[in-house]
Design a protein around this ligand. Structure first.
Ligand code: ZN
Length: 154
């Protein structure tokens, strides 16, 4: 199996069997996001503890396979990370999709790196970049108590 096939398989798997797709217990932050161009909607739930660690993260929503897969991958990778680390991962991820730069995150395991890299091909489809980044922007709004609904068109 080449890398491209592996990446496709990861995205398909997360799209079909999204991880953490529920309201997590005891969340203390949440935010909503909207991608009107594609019709993707996401609601991110976050439990940030006193040490500013992402104790739990989950999402609900509906949309295309890319938006669901990306939200699922995000929750899997960010869960358990310190918020500052999570923010760095998010910045790297968005740069990867917008500029094609390789994410350089020392704190990720090989497995996590492969999972996050599976979305790198989305860069070739500018319309889909919004689908793939929606949940990540929404995570940041939740963490920073920004009550505005994320809108990829604004
Ligand atoms: Zn979409």
């Amino acid at each position: 199996m080449d890398l491209k096939e592996l990446y496709q398989e990861i995205i398909l798997d997360h799209g079909k069997n999204p991880r953490n797709k529920k309201k997590c217990n005891g969340f203390n932050k949440d935010a909503k996001g909207n991608n009107p161009l594609c019709g993707d909607k996401v609601h991110v739930f976050l439990k940030l503890n006193d040490e500013k660690q992402v104790e739990d993260i989950s999402f609900e929503g509906e949309g295309c396979a890319i938006s669901i897969a990306s939200a699922s991958i995000m929750t899997e990778i960010i869960k358990g990370k310190d918020f500052n680390v999570a923010k760095k991962i998010l910045e790297n991820f968005i740069n990867m999709l917008k500029e094609g730069s390789k994410p350089s995150i020392n704190s990720l395991s090989d497995n996590e790196n492969t999972t996050i890299m599976s979305l790198s091909g989305v860069k070739q489809f500018p319309m889909r970049v919004k689908c793939a980044t929606l949940a990540w922007h929404t995570f940041l709004h939740a963490a920073e108590d920004n009550k505005k609904v994320v809108n990829t068109e604004k």
